[in-house]
Design a binder for this molecule. Structure first.
Ligand SMILES: Cc1cc2nc3c(=O)[nH]c(=O)nc-3n(C[C@H](O)[C@H](O)[C@H](O)COP(=O)(O)O)c2cc1C
Length: 224
């Protein structure tokens, strides 16, 4: 059964523009691919392990080619499970607000946890960095108070879009599609127009994502 990992990065629930946009995308996708299983990772409801102590030591041990101590190995198992959860997905959707030009710290925390040597990327002094995860359709929805469709908003840059594109490309997810929605606050006509434009684009993208899903194996007719 194909799987989609939905990463929710807004702490808001009913009022969240990014969650509402993700719902629009998933509703259309479900119509087109009802067999798709959704694994929702709500970064504000699921406790992420701190990336310090034994877990961090394990990362440096792996980078340095040193064997892991038992405490490090135990911490590393948790990280391996997080990368496996990402890698199990055929499609990935990240729904996030823009916070202070970038992404909320919980989403950065998750990216720091899954961006691991030997699991998500490797380094070879001769060839440099290579990703280890396979490319797959990946969508990031970025909701913002400002409108960044034509560049900075009131002098504020959008660092969320290039950061997400670079971070996810680094681990191998491929060229991600980013749909910005802004403004999400301010005069209602402009907010409604931005919402309608983003949701229309997301319904269209759902068709492309559904088409990219692995096709179920054709059933083989058996002679009785
Ligand atoms: C801590 C914080 C920082 C924010 N920083 C920005 C920003 O740099 N640029 C911007 O356009 N909007 C910024 N906003 C506004 C949010 O991006 C906007 O309200 C968005 O709709 C939030 O997404 P959500 O509705 O899914 O929670 C910020 C909001 C918060 C709470």
């Amino acid at each position: 059964m194909p799987r989609l990992l939905l990463v929710q990065a807004s702490p808001r629930q009913g009022d969240s523009a990014s969650r509402a946009a993700a719902t629009t995308f998933l509703t259309r996708l479900h119509e087109l691919a009802p067999e798709l299983a959704i694994d929702e990772l709500d970064l504000w409801r699921e406790a992420l392990p701190e990336f310090d102590g034994a877990a961090l030591a394990a990362k440096y041990a792996r980078l340095g080619g040193r064997a892991l101590a038992p405490r490090e190995a135990a911490a590393w198992q948790t990280i391996e499970a997080m990368v496996a959860r990402l890698d199990a997905a055929d499609l990935v959707v990240i729904a996030t607000p823009m916070w202070n030009f970038g992404i909320p710290y919980k989403l950065k925390h998750w990216i720091d946890l899954v961006t691991q040597p030997g699991l998500a990327f490797r380094f070879d002094p001769a060839t440099g960095y290579s990703p280890l995860l396979r490319p797959r359709p990946t969508l990031a929805i970025v909701a913002s108070a400002g409108d960044y469709s034509a560049g900075p908003s009131w002098g504020r840059p959008d660092l969320a879009t290039p950061y997400l594109a670079a971070a996810l490309r680094f681990i191998g997810l491929g060229e991600i599609v980013v749909v910005g929605q802004g403004p999400t606050v301010g005069p209602e006509p402009a907010v409604a127009m931005a919402r309608d434009r983003a949701h229309a684009r997301l319904r269209q993208l759902a068709g492309m994502f559904a088409a990219a899903l692995p096709q179920p194996e054709a059933s083989v007719a058996r002679a009785s």
